[in-house]
Ligand binder design. Structure first.
Ligand code: NAP
Length: 301
């Protein structure tokens, strides 16, 4: 006999962005996709990506802004799960905490928070770091854990702590600047991950909430110096990785000291602490740099 269950509604913040988009793709690609309704949040429902999402029968798109989380929840109606991600800004901490508060108030059962690694599973919980947006994520994590623990519905959570995204490597000036700053790290390896794999782990957290209940995971797919990555880049694209001039990259780190500059300094001083093999054991399709580049080489050739 066919078992009929009510689909679970998952609210996805940043649905038109890299991570949120990957979360939705991974849920929809799973055999249990029919068990989920996705409410995708965007500030502009008429945008191309929002319209594409809205075309899927399991997805409804709502307009909302993290500056007003109650409005988002009121429009979404009852939600079972939440994928929460914020943009780096002076209000990141405030908006991230407000999402946790609203989730508890609106009776959500499972909250997936996309944070960032701060030195692996041992160090991250008690290491805000001197990087402003890392510290904001640390504060949001603590707030979420406290609110979930005391919530009347006993809301559970999964904290995802990705390292640097492969997607920072673009062909525009941002990507070239990133490549140069990576090169300026010298022999220090940088841990990286694809946003596709963040989406995979987020989707698993919703598909198997008991397995990922109150867990915190550092997500990493590869660890490379820029010269090591450049060898792979040449093999895959036939070209050398384009980099901004050294003085430009150094000037950006100086001018944006509170964000980019401090972050690259932290990569040198401390650095991420993820375990590639552990991630691969959980996700057999976890992308290393070569796999990510092969999938995206059209953007680089
Ligand atoms: N880049 C890295 O290497 C890295 C590594 C670890 C962690 N992170 C963290 O990842 C986060 C960013 O995630 P992402 O790269 O997936 O972002 P993204 O691709 O830039 O997408 C962010 C999405 O958020 C939505 N958005 C922006 N402002 C909003 C607001 N005020 N209210 C509601 N929605 C808003 C936008 O959607 P609409 O335009 O449709 O509204 C956008 O599509 C940051 O917290 C960053 O620190 C990044």
């Amino acid at each position: 006999m066919l078992e009929l269950t009510t689909p679970k509604t998952v609210l996805v913040i940043g649905a038109t962005g890299k991570q949120g988009g990957a979360v939705i793709e991974n849920i929809l690609a799973s055999p249990q996709a029919h068990s989920f309704n996705i409410v995708a949040v965007t500030r502009n429902a008429t945008g191309r990506k929002a319209q594409k999402l809205a075309a899927h029968p399991n997805v409804s798109v709502i307009e909302g802004n993290l500056a007003n989380v109650d409005d988002i929840f009121n429009k979404a109606g009852p939600v079972w799960g939440i994928y929460s991600v914020q943009i780096n800004s002076d209000v990141e901490e405030q908006q991230g905490k407000a999402m946790a508060d609203a989730a508890v108030m609106h009776g959500a059962q499972h909250f997936v928070y996309s944070s960032g690694d701060r030195g692996g599973p041992e160090r991250s919980p008690n290491n805000p770091t001197y990087v402003k947006n890392f510290a904001a994520k640390h504060a949001i994590e603590k707030h979420l854990q406290q609110r979930a623990e005391k919530s009347p519905q006993q809301m559970t959570y999964t904290i995802l702590r990705p390292v640097t995204f492969f997607e920072n490597l673009t062909t525009d000036l941002h990507g070239k600047g990133f490549a140069r700053m990576w090169e300026q790290l010298g022999s220090k390896k940088l841990q990286m991950v694809s946003t596709k794999d963040i989406g995979w782990f987020a989707a698993q957290s919703f598909l198997q909430p008991d397995k990922y209940r109150n867990a915190a995971l550092t997500l990493v797919g590869d660890e490379l110096t820029q010269p090591e990555a450049n060898v792979i880049y040449k093999e895959v694209t036939g070209q050398t990785m384009a980099m901004a001039a050294c003085p430009i990259a150094s000037a950006v780190k100086f001018v944006l000291k509170g964000s980019v500059g401090d972050m690259f300094k932290w990569f040198e001083d401390e650095g991420y602490g993820g375990n590639v093999q552990e991630c691969r054991n959980a996700n057999h399709n976890m992308q290393d740099f070569a796999a990510w580049l092969n999938e995206n080489k059209g953007n680089f050739m």
